[in-house]
Design a protein around this ligand. Structure first.
Ligand SMILES: [Zn+2]
Length: 159
């Protein structure tokens, strides 16, 4: 297993935490010097907060840990391609590299809809690695949405 796969597995563990609380399963870890310094998972519904994306929560924790808003020597692993908000924060934090599990053709901003991570007009560009453990990442998402559709079809038993 490569290091990228090893850390993506850790991001997947975070995604599972989101799955367990009925959130869209997206997970993220931030790595510095070969060590995980921050973790995050999507909590948008439970926190009732647009800002509660996995990446933002991990960035917040990483900055708290390092005592610096700059994360220049850090790499961010995320199970789904970042949205425009998170991609913006990633550029702002000067992250070195972003490693993505599955792409998000309808909303992703690391090459799908836009590539905010590599705009020459901005003062910072981020290296991107795509498709790490892609199968596992995307099948977790499709399983989640399949379950969600089935639950909506059937009348709820006891809620
Ligand atoms: Zn986001």
């Amino acid at each position: 297993m490569t290091d990228d796969e090893k850390f993506m597995k850790e991001a997947l563990k975070q995604a599972k935490k989101a799955y367990a609380i009925d959130e869209v399963p997206i997970g993220c870890v931030i790595v510095q010097n070969g060590k995980i310094i921050a973790r995050g998972y999507n909590r948008r519904n439970i926190d009732k907060n647009t800002l509660a994306h996995a990446e933002l929560s991990a960035i917040r924790k990483a900055s708290k840990k390092t005592g610096d808003w700059r994360l220049e020597d850090c790499d961010l692993y995320v199970t789904l391609e970042p949205c425009q908000m998170c991609a913006g924060a990633i550029v702002q934090s000067r992250m070195r590299r972003v490693i993505i599990g599955s792409m998000n053709p309808k909303a992703g901003c690391a090459g799908s809809v836009l590539n905010l991570l590599q705009m020459q007009q901005f003062n910072h560009q981020v290296e991107i690695t795509r498709g790490v453990l892609e199968e596992t990442c995307s099948s977790m998402l499709s399983a989640f949405f399949r379950e969600l559709r089935q639950r909506k079809k059937k009348p709820a038993k006891s809620e």
